[in-house]
Design a protein around this ligand. Structure first.
Ligand code: EPU
Length: 430
């Protein structure tokens, strides 16, 4: 397995182009199942998770094409891809494919809406918590679906004539369940109201894509989505939004190492809560016409307490990276993880750099240190892995990050983007 070797201590200086958001690209690709016309997506990041979802969609019969670079487009621009589900040949999403990536379970919404049936493997356990699917099943049942669990598969059937619009009040905010029910409701008969919907920018990207495909949705970007079902959706062309988690990760990396970095293409309104927190730690942030500039020159890092919450709160997907930053603060800080019950696997690995972190239930207490020391580390999920990379960038000496396939799931050209800004970082082939 590949590893990353880095030698910490260099400040980051330069430009980093932010890639398309993984967590928007995946549901946008899934939305292509809703129509027999082509859906064109631009700014699709080159990631292992995108490749994995391509395999799943191809198994349902989707034709996928990657188009070449256009005149005027810079090298490294996100991919332009066409997804064409002219004929869905198979409504089963098998265990072998679904078990590798939880988001693939979301195909259940469009398959049920368009084909009136779906057989989708349960996604199974995951390193960051149990992550059940009860909210998905609750919502689909509200739309009239009959659901059985059979040999590890969710077998769902719509009533004769298709799903029926309804009022769905989610007891808890779920990104995936909101995506799935939103997609399912576009082709249901009558009106669906989704209350306590997730408001993440990725949900808005998908909702706007569905509108471009002919869906009737109001309340986009709010807690209540109202969907007027239509008979058919058509093709469209939609751009994937910039990745706010990649943005926040590089902002925290620059905060840790010092320097001056322009995060090109980043949108401040997509991660305002994290930027507000970073400003309180003493980082200088300015929104410019073409992105966000992050600077820290000389001054120390102030300790700040955070709690993770659904959007617009502080994102759980930046919790590990923020904890890495706090290990270097001039005092004591606290992190409370409220979304996932087991998202502290990076704590033991950060300790290898000399970090002082104690976990008690949902709360981690971090005693800041002036200097981390390089180490051999390994992580078990994507965001935890990148927190180790940014800790290594700020640590004294050499760091080896093992098992980096997690990073390739969600960060495009990570070593390249960082080394162009002065980091000493390389991939060692396994
Ligand atoms: N939950 C339930 N029942 C359900 C669904 C969710 O109890 O049926 C719980 C989960 O166990 C969790 C909470 O609800 O405690 C929130 O989970 P959510 O459904 O919102 O998460 P998700 O849709 O599985 C997406 C992102 C995650 C991100 C979370 C939270 C994608 C592909 N994944 O996951 O991203 O952490 O929302 O913002 O969009 C990542 O990119 O590294 C990642 C893990």
């Amino acid at each position: 397995m590949d590893r990353i070797r880095l030698v910490g201590g260099n400040p980051l200086n330069g430009d980093i182009v932010i890639s398309g958001a993984k967590n928007a690209a995946l549901p946008l690709m899934i939305a292509s199942l809703l129509t027999d016309e082509p859906l064109v997506l631009t700014n699709v990041p080159r990631l292992a998770d995108v490749k994995q979802l391509e395999r799943i969609l191809e198994n349902h019969g989707v034709d996928i094409a990657v188009h070449g670079r256009r005149r005027g487009e810079s090298d490294g621009v996100g991919q332009r891809m066409t997804f064409h589900a002219a004929d869905i040949v198979d409504t089963t999403a098998p265990y072998d494919l679904v078990s590798k990536m939880r988001a693939s379970f979301w195909v259940i919404g469009p398959l049920l809406a368009r084909c009136h049936e779906a057989r989708v493997s349960l996604p199974g356990g995951c390193a960051i918590g149990t992550r059940p699917v009860d909210l998905f099943l609750f919502g689909l049942k509200e739309l009239g679906a009959e659901i059985d669990i059979d040999e590890g598969y969710v077998v769902a059937r719509a009533p004769k004539g298709g799903l029926i619009g309804s009022r769905i009040v989610f007891p808890k905010v779920s990104v995936g369940a909101t995506h799935t029910l939103l997609m399912a409701a576009t082709l249901a008969k009558g009106t669906t109201v989704i209350e306590n919907a997730a408001q993440e920018p990725e949900i808005t990207n998908v909702a706007e894509c569905l509108v471009a495909m002919g869906a009737k949705i109001s309340g986009i970007g709010t807690r209540t989505l109202t969907i007027e079902g239509v008979e058919k959706l058509h093709g469209a062309s939609v751009e994937v939004i910039p990745d706010r988690i990649e943005t926040g990760t590089f902002a925290m990396a620059a905060a840790m190492t010092g320097g001056d970095v322009l995060l090109r293409g980043a949108r401040a309104e997509h991660l305002q809560s994290a930027l507000d927190i970073l400003a309180r730690t003493g980082v200088d942030l300015t929104t410019e016409a073409d992105g966000i500039r992050v600077k820290r020159n000389g001054n120390g890092i102030q300790p700040v307490d955070i709690e993770t919450h659904p959007f617009p709160g502080f994102p759980t997907d930046l919790q590990a990276q923020f904890m890495a930053l706090m290990t270097m603060s001039q005092g004591t800080s606290h992190v409370r993880e409220t979304i996932f019950e087991n998202r502290y696997m990076h704590v033991a690995e950060l300790a290898r750099f000399g970090a002082d972190i104690a976990v008690d239930g949902q709360v981690a207490t971090i005693q800041g240190k002036s200097q981390l020391k390089g180490a051999q580390v390994m992580a078990t999920d994507l965001r935890a892995s990148v927190s180790l990379v940014i800790a290594g960038l700020a640590a004294k000496g050499e760091t080896i990050v093992n098992r980096i396939y997690h990073l390739d799931r969600g960060f495009e050209r990570l070593e390249d983007k960082l080394s162009r800004c002065g980091a000493e970082i390389e991939r060692l082939a396994g």
